[in-house]
Design a protein around this ligand. Structure first.
Ligand code: ATP
Ligand code: MG
Length: 472
């Protein structure tokens, strides 16, 4: 039944009401049936007791040798309500404790409502039967006795009209109260479930209003602590995340286009110059070619970094982690740094032997990003000191420079994509602002943390803390 209800296109509130009304109906039906059945049983027992007690007393009376005559009616042998009629073999009525009851009439199925009710009494036939005497119903038990050479029929009768009427009234009132109860249950069920489910309708309405351009809308949350409020809160958190992600994406695309526009503008400017004067003027030609070359390199670098971050965002960046001996990796980097930055003093006062679990290409890339920044933002003659030190279960790699430093208010932002302290890219140092965000991504992939401390004019220190695998 439940699967059929589920398939119908009806509101949940009505479905719930139907279900609960059906359950209530079954309970009411069961309790009513049990009540009526119990009553029938009690009635039967009562009548049976009355008749059995009367039969016992009459039998004792007769066994005592007392005669079967009208006198026996005076001696309180019969239980109140029980009638005794005695007839002989010729069916002549000899004794009658209640002549007014009249004669037996026919019983037939379609008789009346009383009979239909009595039909369900659990009679022990043939000991007890139901008879009708002058429109009234009785339980009847027949006994045959022999006395003085004659055979007599003893008919014990017990009227049951009162009990039958009681059961009839009870059935009627049970029917009315059950119907009323069911009606109240359905009406209140619809009302209550509509009320309970109101927040779901609100959630649906709000959800319809939320568009990709209007992610600021939120579901209403009341202070009740139920599942629906939990649902609304969860949706709101989900929307927060979607909105943040969407805005980041939008900013990223806008920033990327902006960054690409600058070198493209420079290139087309030089192409114009070359077009006008370059053919005759070898100096202008050379300058133009150099500038275009440098801008093309910038574009290339930018695109490489953008592609890296795009792959990282989509979790498509492949990382092959192996056991990496950091001592030699750092020595390699120092050697290459000394080659590319001959104007800076590159120091390596401490390089502890340590192994980590990571992708050496990415680890190198991350350290290069930090060292590249130190070179870029430290004037020639400055010092860049790299130390690699085991601390507990970690390896702390510190890159310290004596460069221009980062103002305090910019320090939390330098890891954001495209963030540069000095916004102008025309300067020789101007990078894309993507280096540190790539470094942070690599650190995250290696369960590592990055700490930055810097004071403008004095220098910057970056410490990466990487978990070791060979700690004793
Ligand atoms: P890219 O590395 O992509 O070529 P970038 O160096 O400008 O460009 P990040 O490496 O992300 O970008 O650095 C962000 C900003 O943080 C830099 O623009 C710079 O202003 C500042 N910064 C980073 N490292 C240092 C440093 N060692 N000294 C001073 N400023 C720094
Ligand atoms: Mg950089």
């Amino acid at each position: 039944m439940w699967s059929k209800i589920k398939q119908l296109a009806i509101p949940v509130s009505v479905k719930l009401t139907i279900l609960y009304a059906a359950i209530l109906f079954c309970i009411l039906l069961l309790t009513s049936t049990l009540t009526v059945a119990g009553l029938y049983y009690m009635l039967y027992n009562q009548v049976n007791d009355d008749i059995s007690a009367s039969i016992n007393r009459v039998n004792q009376y007769l066994v005592a040798g007392k005669p079967l005559d009208q006198n026996m009616l005076e001696t309180n042998l019969l239980a109140p309500n029980v009638i005794l009629k005695v007839s002989d073999q010729q069916n002549r009525l000899l004794i009658d404790s209640a002549p007014a009851v009249g004669n037996r009439t026919d019983l037939s199925e379609e008789m009346d409502e009383d009979y239909r009710i009595m039909k369900f009494i659990p009679l022990k036939k043939p000991f007890l039967t139901i008879v009708r005497m002058n429109r009234n119903y009785y339980f009847l038990t027949n006994q045959v006795v022999q006395q003085g050479g004659g055979t007599y029929q003893l008919h014990f009768l017990r009227p049951i009209a009162e009990e039958v009427h009681f059961i009839k009234d009870l059935i009627k009132s049970l029917f009315v109260t059950n119907a009323l109860g069911l009606f109240v249950a359905i009406v209140s069920g619809i009302f209550i479930s509509l009320r309970i489910l109101r927040p779901i309708r609100k959630i649906t309405e709000t959800a319809k209003e939320i568009e990709i351009n209007q992610l600021g809308k939120r579901f209403e949350v009341t202070d009740s602590n139920d599942e629906l409020q939990e649902l609304a809160r969860t949706f709101n958190h989900m929307l927060n995340r979607i909105q943040t992600g969407f805005e980041q994406q939008r900013r990223f695309v806008a920033d990327a286009s902006h960054e690409l526009r600058t070198p493209v503008t420079v290139i087309s400017g030089y192409v114009d110059i070359l077009d006008r004067w370059g053919k005759e003027d070898p100096a202008a030609l050379q300058e133009g070619i150099s500038a275009i070359k440098s801008e093309a390199t910038n574009i290339h670098e930018l695109i490489e970094k953008l592609l890296f971050l795009a792959r990282a965002d989509q979790s498509k960046q492949v990382i092959n982690k192996v056991t990496v001996a950091m001592e030699s990796l750092i020595a390699d980097i120092i050697q290459e740094t000394r080659l590319i930055a001959p104007g800076h003093k590159i120091e390596l006062p401490l390089n502890d032997a340590a192994t980590i679990h990571g992708d050496p290409t990415y680890i190198k890339e991350m350290l290069r990003i930090f060292i590249d920044n130190s070179i870029k933002y430290t004037p020639e003659g400055g010092t860049i000191r790299i130390t690699s030190q085991r601390v507990d279960h970690h390896l702390d790699i510190t890159i310290q420079d004596t460069g221009i430093g980062i103002p305090e208010e910019d320090q939390p932002k330098v890891f954001n994509r495209f963030y540069r302290v000095d916004k102008s890219r025309s300067k020789a140092t101007g990078g894309t602002g993507l280096g540190l965000s790539i470094a942070r991504w690599i650190a995250d992939q290696h369960n590592s943390t990055i700490r930055l401390s810097s004071s403008p004019g004095e220098g910057t220190t970056i410490t990466v803390r990487i978990p070791l695998i060979d700690h004793p």
